[in-house]
Ligand binder design. Structure first.
Ligand SMILES: [Zn+2]
Length: 399
């Protein structure tokens, strides 16, 4: 019922898929209410609520209070929705819900955007944190008792790893955050996340699988969920990252760590793009190419650092592969490499124009219009320029 958005990556052949669009408010509130009510009426005999795990609505516990508690929550959650709605309408920035192309290409001043981010509403910050903490508490109680919070300036990292890794984990997440800021020229005073971005990190893949089905209740097919390396998803205004158990990410500790950082940077980029200007999706090659490019930048030893070379070589031999890629909604492993190569070319040509290119699409314009406005070329010209650039840069590399 509730529309959610997912991107996930499967094994060494990453594929992202979108599921629905993001919606805020009533549907989310009703879903939370229903799932919470069902969960607690089903398990009321064994559940002893931990006061720290409670969400924004007040709760009653015990078998006899199920219905009464449900009614109280309905009133509380619907009231919260009314407050959120009034706060949203009072915000000075335009809501990101106009039809495609309706506002595309106009200047920031003309569209009423004064910031690259919608200012987060305090109620959303509290509500998202409560939801994220609730999931972590449930995970600790029912799946993996070592899950604990590592809080940094911009992230709520819920880690099932040994706490000896906390500092390293906090450091790499903040490095990723700084990299995203630099790439998009974001001032430190602009809040990227609504509060802090939750990241769930597992050691054992079986714990990750149980989290996806029992806590997050992801509607992936079981087979896909079991083989996924991580995903970014959003529910209403809550955007979060989940990463698979790293135990199977490599045969050595070094390999596993490298792959973990790569997946983190890739999914972190998706979470970032979901907040940048609006939650609109862009052409898939832009999102995936950028996510892999930033993963390669943060983790030079990762597979993403080599993929764009393979992708460029392949597409230079088959020019139609790059042309087809621009409209694809699902990518093969090779197409991830081509996408990264295209994105690298655009950034290298003019990094400020690339930010404009993304901004224009996030305001609703098509990729063709954004390309014309930011770079002044059409698809054919873009691909011709990219091919010339790639031939020159590959000429200096060994085969
Ligand atoms: Zn992706």
């Amino acid at each position: 019922m509730v529309a959610r958005r997912f991107r996930w990556h499967v094994g060494n052949l990453p594929r992202c898929r979108r599921e629905g669009n993001e919606e805020v408010g009533l549907f989310l509130a009703i879903e939370l209410l229903i799932s919470d009510y069902q969960e607690h009426t089903d398990e009321s005999s064994k559940a002893k609520m931990n006061s720290k795990s409670q969400g924004p609505a007040f709760r009653l516990t015990g078998r006899g209070f199920g219905l009464l508690r449900g009614a109280f929550q309905a009133v509380a959650v619907l009231s919260l929705c009314a407050v959120l709605k009034s706060m949203a309408s009072a915000q000075p920035v335009a809501a990101p819900s106009t039809p495609t192309d309706a506002r595309g290409g106009r200047s920031a001043a003309a569209t009423g955007f004064t910031s690259k981010y919608r200012p987060p509403a305090p109620a959303d910050i509290l509500r998202n944190r409560a939801q994220a903490t609730d999931w972590a508490d449930q995970t600790r109680r029912t799946i993996v008792p070592t899950m604990h919070l590592v809080e940094t300036a911009h992230f709520l990292i819920f880690s099932a790893w040994n706490s000896a890794n906390d500092q390293a984990l906090a450091k790499v997440c903040e490095e990723m955050h700084a990299m995203l800021r630099r790439q998009f020229n974001i001032s430190p005073s602009e809040p990227i996340w609504i509060g802090k971005c939750p990241i769930y990190v597992f050691w054992d893949p079986s714990h990750f699988r149980r989290f996806t089905t029992e806590v997050d209740r992801v509607s992936l097919t079981k087979n896909s969920a079991m083989r996924s390396d991580g995903y970014n998803a959003s529910r209403g205004t809550l955007s979060y990252i989940v990463i698979n158990g790293v135990r199977e990410f490599g045969t050595t500790q070094q390999e596993a760590t490298t792959r973990f950082y790569e997946v983190l940077a890739h999914e972190g980029t998706h979470a970032f793009l979901n907040r940048f200007i609006s939650s609109r999706s862009m052409a898939l090659w832009v999102e995936e190419g950028l996510a892999d490019h930033l993963a390669a930048t943060l983790v030079p030893a990762s597979g993403s650092s080599r993929k764009h070379v393979e992708g460029a070589r392949y597409a230079l031999r088959r020019p139609s592969a790059a042309a087809r890629l621009l409209d694809k909604t699902e990518l093969t492993s090779m197409e991830y490499g081509i996408a990264q190569s295209l994105v690298r070319y655009l950034i290298q040509r003019d990094s400020r124009a690339f930010i404009r290119f993304v901004e224009i699409m996030k305001r609703g314009a098509s990729q063709d219009r954004a390309m014309a406005e930011a770079y002044g070329f059409n698809r054919e010209e873009f691909l011709d320029q990219w091919a010339m650039f790639s031939q020159r840069s590959l000429a200096g590399r060994s085969p």
